[in-house]
Design a protein around this ligand. Structure first.
Ligand SMILES: NC(=O)C1=CN([C@@H]2O[C@H](COP(=O)(O)OP(=O)(O)OC[C@H]3O[C@@H](n4cnc5c(N)ncnc54)[C@H](OP(=O)(O)O)[C@@H]3O)[C@@H](O)[C@H]2O)C=CC1
Ligand SMILES: O=C(CO)COP(=O)(O)O
Length: 378
């Protein structure tokens, strides 16, 4: 790997070039044959890693093997010939040195449980889905640790539209695993470093972080904020408003990350600010697209022409808001999205109320401005 982490404190050197270069994994398995799983599998295969991809439908695995494309989720994009698709979980996991988990977040617990019998202990698992579990409020890493104990668990996350990554457009992401004592002594052997190198191509740049919590919270919250941005854009609000939502949304992300033990600077990195910017800027994002359609007045059933589409922020509005309330963290934008999506609140009025809410934090600055000598010794 040729760079230091963008998201780790500069005091801890993590350059893994030269004699301390990490060894990439030679066999990787991707669990999930949707667009992102396919794009990541293609990336690993292009990087020279022997890569298998598992999907639950034999017909799709067969079609991929025969055509060299994923006709359902990434039609028209040629995949590396070395990529091996299968719907047999045992075959997929046999001999894997590391595994990427890329199914929708609400299916993760079941999928992880189904892998138990086929995975020897110690194989690193990296979450590439984004969310917080509904009901428990667990970060997805905790869900996986419960279902598959005895494995290092991390995440790969960032501003990464699947189609662009699969087409080879320059893309950067963060690979985060909590560093053990040993990882700090020999960082080149740490799963984060090895996985980052496994995935690195001329186009795909993975950066290493040890703040798994910060990375996971960024991925879960940005989807809810993207729905908010879409709602306001669809309802006719303008660019100033969207920029304000992105910035204040990033604060909500920061507060939740810190409450869970994550770091502020992670939220300003690729997996936080980077992903938030991407997702809140374009209706290529399914979350932004859902919000936009609802903002224009479509009913939920009419969105995406009635087709089923994975919109993580929709369920995660519930889990994020629930978790924030339990932790006493104020997340008014996520609350507004939750109210519109799940409590039948009127969209425009809800966002107008958000705008009219008392400004927290700033009044103190205003006080200091109006009464600059208050509290000063006489
Ligand atoms: N697409 C993107 O640009 C990015 C997506 N992500 C994240 O990746 C995750 C996966 O999304 P993505 O690849 O886009 O999804 P897609 O919409 O492209 O595909 C959904 C995938 O999930 C599978 N699936 C649905 N239900 C189940 C289930 N019960 N058990 C197992 N598999 C199931 C589908 O299988 P089938 O085909 O059989 O229906 C399909 O493979 C999400 O968390 C998303 O936020 C992260 C970064 C970028
Ligand atoms: O997470 C993504 C990009 O980083 C994909 O966003 P959507 O799920 O909103 O399409």
């Amino acid at each position: 790997m040729d760079g230091q982490s963008m998201q780790t404190p500069p005091a801890q050197p993590r350059s893994l070039t030269g004699p301390r270069r990490a060894t990439p994994y030679s066999r990787l398995t991707v669990i999930g044959m949707g667009s992102w799983g396919t794009a990541l599998a293609a990336t690993a295969a292009r990087a020279g890693c022997e890569t298998r991809i598992w999907g639950r439908r034999p017909d799709l695995a067969r079609a991929m093997a025969e055509t060299g494309e994923n006709p359902d989720h990434l039609p028209g994009i040629k995949l590396p010939a070395t990529l091996r698709p299968t719907s047999d979980l045992r075959e997929a996991l046999d001999g894997a040195e590391a595994v990427l988990l890329v199914t929708p977040s609400h299916t993760l617990r079941d999928v992880a449980r189904s892998m138990r019998d086929y995975l020897p202990a110690g194989i690193p698992l990296a979450l590439c889905c984004k969310g917080i579990e509904r009901g428990t409020g667990y970060l997805l890493s905790h869900v996986v640790e419960e279902e598959l104990p005895g494995h290092p668990v991390g995440a790969l996350s960032g501003p990464t539209f699947a189609t662009e990554t699969a087409l080879g457009h320059p893309t950067a992401a963060t690979v985060a695993f909590t560093f053990s004592h040993h990882d700090r002594i020999e960082p080149e052997k740490a799963p984060a470093a090895r996985l980052a190198l496994t995935m690195q191509t001329e186009a795909f740049r993975p950066y290493v972080s040890d703040d798994l919590v910060g990375v996971e919270v960024g991925g879960a919250v940005k989807n809810v904020i993207a729905i908010a941005c879409g709602m306001m854009t669809g309802a006719g609000f303008a660019e100033n408003t969207r920029a304000a939502l992105i910035t204040r949304g990033m604060d909500e992300m920061k507060f939740l990350a810190e409450a869970l033990g994550g770091r502020r600077e992670t939220v300003t990195g690729l997996s936080g600010a980077g992903d938030l910017t991407l997702t809140c800027s374009s209706t290529t994002s399914r979350n932004m697209a859902l919000g936009t359609q609802l903002g224009r007045g479509l009913s939920r059933d009419e969105c995406f022409d009635g087709k089923p589409v994975v919109v993580e922020g929709e369920i995660n509005a519930i889990s994020v808001v629930d978790l924030a309330r339990r932790l006493g963290v104020s997340m008014p934008i996520c609350e507004a999205v939750h109210a519109v999506l799940h409590e039948g609140a009127p969209l425009t009025a809800t966002f107008q109320q958000l705008w009219a809410a008392p400004i927290e934090g700033e009044p103190r600055a205003l006080d200091l401005f109006l009464h600059p000598h208050e509290g000063d010794p006489a």
